[in-house]
Design a binder for this molecule. Structure first.
Ligand SMILES: CCCCCCCCCCCCC/C=C/C(=O)SCCNC(=O)CCNC(=O)[C@H](O)C(C)(C)COP(=O)(O)OP(=O)(O)OC[C@H]1O[C@@H](n2cnc3c(N)ncnc32)[C@H](O)[C@@H]1OP(=O)(O)O
Length: 242
């Protein structure tokens, strides 16, 4: 009996040790990840600023930063994994929609349709994403290091009120501008008859994507408003299981 009790406590200790080392590993990984992402988006901010100061125009700006943007925005897919494996307490669905819509904007809209790359709307969402991500990743970093300056916390949970609608406006205007080019070129589309017997119209798909912002964006926005109430005003919020 005594030995099984002892075994139990040894097992418990081992489990606790495992939990502790796992959380130390998770904290180390997240700290590294957030520092790297803050640096990445800072590099983008500096590159955009330098481009504009040197050339005095936004024409060519997207092309000049596209590689760095594609790299750091694509890496953000890791955040969906963070949620899925329980490394962070965030919904996989909310993060998935946020990250996938950004990756879609970068790869399948802005990068694929060269004619729209110099639109002002592209600059709008690029600037908004950059400011948002520098704030968000530095918030996570300082939070993990337990030295969070209040102004970063304040910025994280206030700036989105304006930045989210601005970013979405930039994205929607960009997709809208792309529509005529997509229709004319028939890009990413498959017409019947073909050997797979499948038809796909990218033009219609883009319209569906634009319409999907109507139900999806308010959910992301209200999620952030709930986070804001929780973090800035200490409200206890009971989240539904997702
Ligand atoms: C195939 C095509 C599909 C297309 C579909 C189209 C539809 C799309 C519709 C909507 C499109 C939106 C497009 C987006 C545009 C923009 O981004 S515009 C710019 C403005 N944007 C923002 O302000 C972004 C706001 N959103 C976010 O911050 C996040 O992405 C979020 C997932 C929506 C919310 O973040 P969340 O993590 O839930 O909240 P937090 O309060 O920040 O964190 C919760 C807890 O999780 C911890 N945590 C999360 N990530 C990390 C991390 N990387 N490192 C460490 N910790 C992390 C965080 O600390 C919190 O933990 P606790 O303190 O323990 O609660």
């Amino acid at each position: 009996m005594a030995s099984s009790e002892e075994d139990g406590s040894v097992e418990e200790k081992e489990n606790n040790n495992k939990k502790r080392s796992k959380s130390a590993f998770v904290t180390a990984w997240l700290t590294f990840y957030n520092i790297a992402m803050t640096a990445g988006w800072l590099v983008l901010a500096i590159a955009m600023l330098r481009f504009y100061l040197q050339r005095g125009t936004h024409i060519g700006l997207y092309r000049s930063i596209s590689r760095t943007l594609k790299f750091f925005q694509t890496v953000a897919l890791v955040e969906v994994i963070h949620c899925a494996v329980g490394m962070v307490r965030t919904s996989v669905i909310v993060t998935g929609v946020q990250v996938c819509s950004r990756i879609f904007m970068v790869w399948f809209v802005t990068n694929s349709i060269k004619q729209i790359q110099n639109e002002e709307s592209v600059v709008l969402f690029l600037v908004v994403w950059t400011v948002t991500e520098i704030t968000r990743y530095s918030f996570y970093t300082f939070n993990l290091l337990k030295h969070l300056p209040y102004f970063i916390k304040w910025a994280r949970y206030n700036m989105f009120i304006v930045m989210y609608p601005l970013g979405v406006a930039g994205e929607l205007m960009t997709i809208y501008t792309a529509l005529p080019y997509v229709r004319r070129s028939g890009m990413f589309s498959m017409r019947l008859p073909n050997k797979y017997n499948v038809s796909f119209d990218y033009y219609i798909f883009l319209i569906i994507v634009m319409l999907s912002y109507i139900p999806l964006f308010p959910q992301l926005y209200f999620h952030m408003l709930r986070q804001r109430r929780k973090v800035l005003h200490g409200e206890v919020i009971v989240e539904k299981d997702e």
